[in-house]
Design a protein around this ligand. Structure first.
Ligand SMILES: C[S@@+](CC[C@H](N)C(=O)[O-])C[C@H]1O[C@@H](n2cnc3c(N)ncnc32)[C@H](O)[C@@H]1O
Length: 208
């Protein structure tokens, strides 16, 4: 089994065995994501991709705000099914992409905003982070935006039983390199369904 097969089967197992409201990353309101996406000042027709979107309610909130070109990518088909079932008929207005982000080959320049909450931090190997950046560069138009949310340096060392690499604005800036300007950063205390607190780093970058 390759590392990508293992990743897919781990996440399929998670999304077929747990209730979406019970996972540690569940949030009823994706407030930090929405705040940073609003800072980008996108048109309603701008392409937005939620990478590793899982069953997040972000897609619901973006549709409610009138965004018409929203894509959700996830390595787990079961995760996408949860979100699509919840949306009902509105799911037809969303592009659903079942893929490992590292294997995704997007149509170049289709997206104005790349959103990732709690996916990048699973990429603990340098070559994975390099591959992630390459896919992001292909997907985003010049002048496009990236909203990244990861565990902070004082956040958990694992998520869903998997090791993570924790980040601050400095390590995220280093990861994206000189093609991106850091526009905004913030910290978040995410309260899990069990009442635990997880510290997140959030950054908004703009591709030059
Ligand atoms: C911690 S959950 C976060 C889900 C969502 N972003 C949220 O905030 O609720 C991580 C998600 O990323 C997906 N995932 C993990 N690794 C991935 C990869 N390499 N490519 C695509 N999706 C991935 C998982 O299936 C899961 O839905």
């Amino acid at each position: 089994m390759t590392i990508n097969d293992e990743r897919r089967s781990h996440w399929q197992e998670v999304w077929t065995s747990k209730a979406p409201e019970g996972v540690s990353w569940y949030q009823a309101e994706p407030a930090a994501s929405l705040a940073l996406i609003a800072r980008a000042g996108l048109s309603r027709a701008a392409g937005i991709v939620d990478v590793g979107g899982g069953a997040s309610l972000l897609v619901d909130r973006l549709l409610e705000r009138g965004h018409s070109q929203v894509a959700v990518l996830d390595v787990s088909a079961a995760a996408l099914d949860v979100a699509a079932d919840r949306l009902g008929a509105m799911a037809e207005d969303v592009t659903w992409i079942e893929s490992d982000v590292l294997e995704w080959r997007p149509v170049p320049g289709l997206f104005e905003l790349w959103h990732d909450r709690a996916v990048l931090h699973f990429l603990t190997r340098p070559e994975e982070r390099k591959a992630y950046r390459k896919v992001m560069m292909a997907a985003l138009v010049p002048g496009g935006w990236a909203v990244l949310g990861t565990f902070a340096p004082d956040g958990p060392e694992k998520c869903s039983g998997l090791p993570v690499m924790r980040h601050d604005a400095g390590t995220l800036s280093d990861l994206l390199g000189p093609d991106f300007d850091l526009v905004a950063e913030m910290r978040e205390e995410h309260v899990t369904p069990n009442g635990g607190v997880q510290h997140f780093t959030w950054c908004l970058f703009r591709r030059i």
